[in-house]
Design a protein around this ligand. Structure first.
Ligand SMILES: Nc1ncnc2c1ncn2[C@@H]1O[C@H](COP(=O)(O)OP(=O)(O)OP(=O)(O)O)[C@@H](O)[C@H]1O
Length: 263
């Protein structure tokens, strides 16, 4: 059994896109610590998104990929599930409730603000109207967007600003009470003020949720994360406390990257 502070863990995980000769990820070992923020950094094409997407099997939406190794999700009772073994539709739905994903561009559904958040709840079997309304309110509060939305819950989510839409997407994920939330460059399409609000929100979320974030923004990784993984050409070069990675990296490649010598 893993250390009880580990909530997810990639073990010797390799990933091949169809037709590719070399793996896009080569034997990655990476823990995700509970109630902490783990940042994944590295130059374009090093495999950050592929690894992130593998953590809730989003990559399965594109057929033909192959992979080896394990990605384990540890349960509260200490048991573990290798999520790479999941095959049944219901288990995928459960996995994506437990391990949610926020994308670079906000992806609100073309429906009301309320229904955006209620969508996943209904899918997971919540039918009672009072319970739905309570959980939608709680999630919108949790994503720090309740004040802006409480008078307009019936309006289309598409009328919101980009930053508001991103917080709505976070509320939609939070409503399902995930254990892990995966963020794929969640602020790269946002202005600095919205970016600050999302960063603050992510810091708050870690009280209840473990977070993995892919970012190209070195300041964001150093401000926000507790642990940082530096990847290069499909390899995990270095993983450590964020402070160590940024102040005293163990590998020259890491140092060259964070000091902007390549990237
Ligand atoms: N659908 C795909 N089919 C084939 N190869 C792919 C596919 N998606 C990504 N790759 C390749 O896999 C490798 C890793 O890509 P990935 O998108 O995970 O990197 P990344 O570090 O997230 O990059 P970026 O920072 O630019 O988003 C790259 O060599 C890329 O060209």
């Amino acid at each position: 059994m893993a250390d009880k502070n580990v909530v997810m863990e990639a073990k010797s995980f390799s990933f091949f896109y169809p037709g590719a000769e070399a793996p896009s990820l080569n034997k990655i070992d990476l823990p995700v610590m509970e109630n902490k923020i783990t940042a994944m950094i590295g130059p374009s094409g090093c495999g950050k998104s592929t690894l992130l997407r593998s953590m809730n099997r989003i990559h399965d939406l594109y057929p033909g990929n192959t992979y080896k190794g394990e990605i384990n999700l540890y349960k509260a009772d200490g048991s573990k599930e290798n999520i790479l073994k999941i095959k049944k539709e219901n288990d995928f739905i459960r996995l994506r409730q437990e391990v949610g994903m926020i994308f670079q561009k906000p992806t609100p559904f073309p429906m009301s603000i309320f229904d955006n958040v209620a969508y996943g709840l209904r899918l997971s079997g919540v039918k009672n109207r009072t319970e739905l309304a309570d959980r939608v309110e709680h999630a919108l509060k949790g994503a720090a967007i309740w004040k802006e939305t409480k008078e307009r819950l019936g309006e289309s989510a598409l009328g919101m600003s980009g930053g508001q839409q991103q917080r709505l997407c976070i509320a939609r994920a939070v409503a399902l009470k995930p254990r892990v939330l995966l963020f794929d460059e969640p602020t790269s399409a946002l202005d600095p003020i919205s970016t600050g609000a999302i960063e603050e929100l992510i810091s708050e979320l870690k009280k209840e949720i473990s977070v993995v974030i892919v970012t190209h923004n070195m300041q964001q990784a150093s401000r926000l994360s507790d642990y940082t993984a530096f990847m290069y050409l499909g390899e995990l070069i270095e993983y450590d406390d964020t402070e160590k990675i940024f102040l005293n990296p163990g590998k020259k490649l890491t140092e060259d990257y964070i000091t902007g010598r390549f990237g």
